[in-house]
Design a protein around this ligand. Structure first.
Ligand code: GLN
Length: 488
């Protein structure tokens, strides 16, 4: 194969390394070279791990020479969102409060990828502590969308999405609390999968909202996402929320014969606020699915209008509790003061950005005595109603099809000064987190030069079913193969 990241997939790189057509070191150099040339225009990475990546690649080449069996992802670069702890590597969450924090251990997903022989080109930028939808809330710098540097890549996993869209790596890991994998996948023209709550171990993921957070893959193809899922799923005694059942074999499952399914389109997701080109692209996608033998019907998720307010109570309440640990004593930044309480105040005032402070205040308020019943408890009850809507819908259909976001990628500055507008850009992604369900975003069209994303939401543990359909869809269409036009 030619040394050209723009034509590679994780699947093709892995296969070529195993059969000797490519050296892992050459693959690594091609990607590092592209990162050096193009990342200064995009700022996808917080840290580039040149020497570490080289060492990982060389070790794969040595293993191959020694005749050792290689994992399908051996030598395949995977970019890592910078809220995943990697041993010995600065892990910032794109927050000033964690600058210089070097974890002494690997997140389970990272440990598993190391064991598979994957190569880590770097840690990617995010909205500070994963709070945001554009990467403009990063405490370090914003990331640009490879399809249009005047626009946001989405968030909070904007750096991971941009790094795959720009071919800095064929795969990346992100985390999704309310849409942070799927919305940037939609804005950057990628497959982005939020697995079922409990499907992937979160040991070593820096917590934002623990009842919602999940780690998942960014890829171009369903097969590449399946390969990454194969590497990261499975029980983990170090995360008590991780399911004890073994995960299915995702890549093998994609090779099984295709069986058409029944698909529901929730009418609440196709109402006011949805941009016409997005609605049009989903309509054409629906026709392709029908041509594959699927049936498509209307369904209703009546509590959808309450999803955003419910999420912003639950997520902020959990965040206010999780972020209490950043006190300047144990991690990262410390603003010294002779008075301990003063030291906490100064450290947190300087270390956290505006959006993180806003969430801590909202969450603390929702949990405070006197308001707990009216806000937090009420939100928990509505969360159950949202879950019940899905269960009712899945009595009649196998999967739901929706837009991922109301629009294509927006411009820098368009929403950042109005938090409410920003919160509304997650209107279609948040419910799956509240209900703990798996959901995948994938490209289904373009408007001008900007990708349009569609989302499938399925019952718990239906990731394979969704990826199998996506694999079939990608055989019929080529939206997933389109690269950014003017990136060189
Ligand atoms: N955009 C949503 C928020 O700001 C979701 C973030 C996420 O999934 N991490 O909370």
């Amino acid at each position: 194969m030619t040394p050209s990241p723009e034509t590679w997939t994780a699947e093709s790189i892995g296969a070529a390394i195993r059969d000797g057509g490519l050296h892992a070191s050459d693959v690594c150099e091609s990607y590092l070279d592209r990162i050096r040339r193009l990342d200064p225009k995009l700022n996808a990475f917080v840290t580039v791990l040149e020497s570490g990546a080289r060492m990982q690649a060389e070790s794969v080449d040595r293993d191959r020479k020694a005749g050792k069996p290689l994992h399908p992802l051996a030598g395949v670069p995977v970019a890592l969102k910078d809220n995943l702890c990697a041993r010995g590597v600065e892990t910032t969450c794109s927050s000033k409060i964690l600058r210089n924090f070097i974890p002494p251990y690997d997140a389970t997903v990272i440990e598993r990828l190391r064991a598979a022989g994957s190569v880590f080109p770097g840690k990617t930028n995010l909205d500070e502590f994963a709070m945001g939808s554009s990467t403009e809330n990063s405490g370090l710098f914003p990331t640009r969308n490879p399809h249009d540097p005047g626009r946001v890549p989405g968030g909070s996993s904007g750096g991971s999405a941009a790094s795959v869209a720009a071919d800095f790596a064929p795969l990346a890991l992100g985390s999704d609390t309310g849409g942070s994998i799927r919305q940037p996948a939609s804005f950057c023209g990628l497959v982005g999968l939020k697995p079922t709550y409990g499907r992937v171990s979160r040991y070593g993921l820096i917590a934002f909202a623990s009842s919602l957070d999940q780690i998942g893959p960014f890829a171009r193809t369903a097969m590449d996402a399946a390969l990454l899922m194969d590497a990261i799923t499975g029980p983990d005694p170090r995360d008590s929320t991780c399911l004890p059942e073994p995960a299915p074999k995702f890549a093998d499952g994609l090779r099984e014969p295709f069986r058409p399914v029944r698909i529901g389109m929730p009418r609440e997701y196709f109402a006011e606020g949805l941009a016409k080109p997005v609605a049009g692209a989903i309509d054409r996608l629906k026709d392709v699915l029908v041509s594959l033998g699927c049936s498509v019907v209307d369904v209703s998720l009546p509590h959808t209008p309450y999803a955003v307010p419910t999420y912003y109570l639950v997520a902020t309440a959990e965040a206010s509790s999780n972020l209490a640990r950043y006190d300047g004593v144990r991690y990262g930044l410390r603003i010294d003061s002779a008075d301990l309480v003063q030291q906490y105040f100064l450290t947190r005032a300087r270390g956290f950005g505006a959006e993180v402070k806003r969430r801590i205040m909202l969450g603390t308020y929702a949990l405070s005595s006197g308001y707990y019943d009216a806000y937090y408890l009420k939100a928990m009850k509505v969360r159950r109603l949202i879950y019940n809507d899905f269960m009712e819908a899945f009595r009649g259909v196998d999967l739901l099809l929706t837009p991922t976001a109301p629009t294509t990628a927006f411009k820098f500055g368009e929403k950042v000064s109005d938090p409410l507008q920003m919160y509304l850009s997650d209107i279609y992604t948040i419910s799956a987190n509240l209900a703990g369900l798996p959901a995948v975003s994938f490209p289904c069209g373009f408007e001008n030069h900007l990708p349009i994303g569609a989302q499938m939401i399925g019952p718990a543990l239906s990731e394979l079913r969704m990826l199998r359909i996506l694999h079939e869809y990608q055989k019929q269409t080529d939206w997933h193969a389109r690269r950014p036009q003017n990136l060189s």
